[in-house]
Design a protein around this ligand. Structure first.
Ligand code: CA
Length: 440
């Protein structure tokens, strides 16, 4: 029995004597934070006070004990998605039937009340409704965390302490200025707050008092919240009167090395190279506007033409899929069109972060490019994958297909890529033109 007791103890907290184990268990039970944390907290409060946060605010903010050996916000911070969701999968999940229908209804509700926001900031209300839907499901979920607690715990954690310590300071400033109480400052586990999930630093830089009552309340006052979101977008350069872009079809012989957000060409040039609306018609945009072609699922998937405002959406959240989600939802909300599930045109492949990491290692080892080995599919990795695809005789669309991953797994250092797996074929058969059909 004694033996079993010791084993349990080892399992719980690593190598320790039974006495030490007992004391750890006692502290966890009593919620008594360790001395190290208490000293850290004292130092933190001194720093915040030196930066100008009042003693009264600090007293309220740190009245409760936030220490827990396995705090849930730290666990959330550690949680990494195992597989990278495909663009279609992501869009079907985030821009689903309920969200689209509710978005149309919310748009109708707010349209007459907040025309002035659209006029003052130049950001159309349908985009603001779309951000609202993506961020908090139209104000339904702010995240259920007290922001001060979450940011304190994440500042103490070792992963990104400086980033969160600054956000914590920004959050204390908001409370110190009398905008909200400690308990009322509700947000996500990472400290994103209110209807549009503003980080405290974003709030202090961009949030506005729309109804001029002396408080900027992005939690309970919808006017303050939506005007703050519009002000943020205007401040980072949202272009009044311009759309995000559109879904397009590409010609069968499209040069995929020209895809990617870093390559911008005029609408005139894209039209010349055969880019058309999904319905086959001309793009119908100002010929001098500049945009990029993106293919989030490679040459087999859906293509999009994206303009400058798409880049602004990506400044809000740097995920390309998120930006597509906002864009498509904004289109639904404005047009009132019925929701449709998106068809997965590409293969149903599950690409993991491990796969991306393997590609990145291969690219660096073979000096195809110099990129960070982080398992993330950023724009530099996509560009490097294009180069790798060219060498390997694949369509250079920057998409890490399973076939490409298998190719590098079976790579022979002696033979290299001199013999492509299969000769490159045209990716799509050309559509018959009207005159060709008529001739028949
Ligand atoms: Ca206000």
């Amino acid at each position: 029995m004694i033996k079993r007791g010791i084993m349990l103890c080892l399992g719980l907290s690593g190598l320790c004597s039974t006495n030490a184990c007992a004391s750890v268990a006692y502290m966890e039970k009593a919620g008594q934070p360790p001395r190290e944390y208490q000293e850290w907290l004292k130092d933190l409060q001194e720093e915040m006070h030196d930066k100008g946060i009042s003693t009264a605010t600090l007293g309220k903010a740190f009245a409760k004990n936030y220490y827990h050996p396995k705090h849930k916000v730290v666990e959330k911070d550690r949680n990494q998605a195992e597989f990278i969701m495909s663009s279609t999968e992501y869009l079907n999940r985030l821009v689903n039937r309920q969200r689209v229908e509710k978005g149309k209804q919310k748009y109708k509700e707010i349209r007459s009340h907040y025309q002035k926001v659209e006029k003052d900031y130049g950001v159309p209300l349908n985009y603001l409704v779309a951000f609202w839907g993506m961020e908090t499901n139209y104000g339904k979920s702010f995240g259920n965390h007290e922001v001060i607690e979450a940011l304190t715990v994440l500042s103490y954690d070792n992963r990104r302490p400086q980033f969160f310590r600054n956000e914590l300071y920004q959050a204390l400033k908001i409370i110190d200025n009398g905008n909200i109480t400690v308990e009322g400052m509700e947000g996500s586990w990472a400290g994103a707050m209110g209807h549009f999930q503003f980080m405290p630093s974003t709030y202090n830089a961009y949030a506005v008092d729309y109804d001029k009552d002396g408080k900027i309340d992005i939690w309970n006052n919808y006017g303050d919240a939506i005007a703050s979101a519009a002000n943020y977008l205007q401040s980072i350069g949202w272009k009044r009167g311009e759309p995000w872009g559109m879904e397009v079809t590409l010609p069968w012989n499209f040069d995929y090395t020209k895809s990617g957000r870093e390559i911008k060409k005029s609408i005139k040039d894209w039209e010349k190279s055969g880019v058309r609306k999904n319905n086959g018609k001309k793009l119908g945009l100002n010929a001098e506007l500049k945009g990029s072609i993106i293919v989030p699922e490679g040459y087999k998937g859906q293509a999009y033409l994206v303009l400058d405002n798409f880049d602004k959406i990506m400044q809000w959240n740097k995920s390309e899929n998120y930006a597509l989600g906002v864009s498509l939802l904004a289109d639904y909300v404005k047009s009132g069109k019925a929701w449709q599930a998106r068809q997965n045109k590409s293969q149903k492949e599950k690409i993991s972060n491990e796969d991306i990491l393997e590609l990145q290692k291969f690219i660096n080892q073979h000096k195809i490019a110099q990129i960070t080995e982080d398992g993330q599919l950023g724009s530099k990795t996509r560009t490097a994958i294009k180069k790798l695809q060219k060498k390997a005789g694949f369509p250079a669309d920057g998409y890490p297909s399973i076939r490409l991953i298998n190719k590098i797994k079976n790579f022979d250092e002696k033979i290299g890529f001199s013999v492509p797996l299969q000769p490159q074929k045209p990716h799509r058969k050309p559509n018959k033109t009207r005159s060709e059909i008529k001739k028949k």
